[in-house]
Design a protein. Structure first.
Length: 250
């Protein structure tokens, strides 16, 4: 099934509606899926997060990135001191991030650590495990909720490599739902809902049309040492997916 026609950013975005935290140094937004963190060479450049942020705040900087399809907490710095402050925390691995993912299969992850090096493919669009040339990468996984065929997983990245969580879950034979790059299968309502009836001559669409990964929480220190911990509510499609999975348990 070709989902490319569904993987489009909204035509308009009110940046104010994305903001979930703001003070004199930082803005944290709940990034929507399908909107790139930075301008893309071929995409509609008016809809990158950085471009939208600069339309509102002027000289503001992204402190990190999220994959285009990933939703959730994304931090921007309002001034150079704030940017350097968080950049140093990222360098020293002091920023605590938590992601939630819906994965294929039923799994019991109780502080399961995946410590496998990652290297990008030549075209830069994906990564692979490479024990000889890859860079160190570690992720810790916990099961939040098991369902009949799927699992909601809490993911704690210790390092911050491209596609790290996605490829490490693939190594655990728990690829993320709809992550076809790393072996994830689509998820349909007919798989989880009893007595599901699809209308004749109708193609069933998957419950979520992008990688089911959400940046749930980020925790770091402000310039004055205050601990900031911000949680981003699930994106609508992620919440709908989890709600349907929860209903299947009843």
């Amino acid at each position: 099934m070709d989902l490319s026609t569904y993987k489009k950013a909204p035509k308009t975005i009110d940046f104010n509606e994305l903001i979930i935290f703001e003070n004199q140094n930082y803005v944290v937004i709940n990034k929507p899926a399908f909107v790139p963190s930075l301008d893309e060479r071929t995409a509609d450049k008016s809809l990158s997060i950085l471009r939208l942020a600069r339309e509102k705040f002027g000289d503001i900087q992204l402190c990190h990135r999220l994959d285009k399809e990933t939703s959730g907490a994304l931090v921007l710095a309002k001034n150079p001191d704030a940017y350097r402050n968080l950049a140093m925390q990222f360098e020293h691995r002091e920023v605590q991030k938590e992601y939630h993912a819906v994965v294929n299969g039923v799994h019991d992850f109780d502080s399961i650590s995946v410590f496998l090096p990652i290297a990008p493919l030549k075209d830069g669009t994906a990564v692979r495990i490479d024990k000889l040339k890859g860079k160190i990468a570690e992720t810790i996984f916990f099961t939040i909720q098991k369902f009949s065929r799927h699992t909601l997983v809490r993911c704690i990245p210790i390092t911050g490599r491209m596609h790290q969580i996605r490829v490490h879950l693939q190594c655990l034979k728990a690829p993320i739902v709809c992550d076809t790059t790393y072996g994830g299968d689509l998820i349909f309502l007919s798989q989880i809902k009893r007595k599901f009836n699809l209308k004749t001559d109708t193609e069933e669409l998957p419950l979520i049309k992008r990688v089911a990964l959400h940046a749930h929480t980020i925790k770091f220190k402000d310039l004055d040492g205050e601990i900031l911990e911000i949680t981003a509510p699930y994106a609508h499609d992620m919440q709908v997916l989890i709600n349907q999975l929860m209903k299947s348990l009843k």
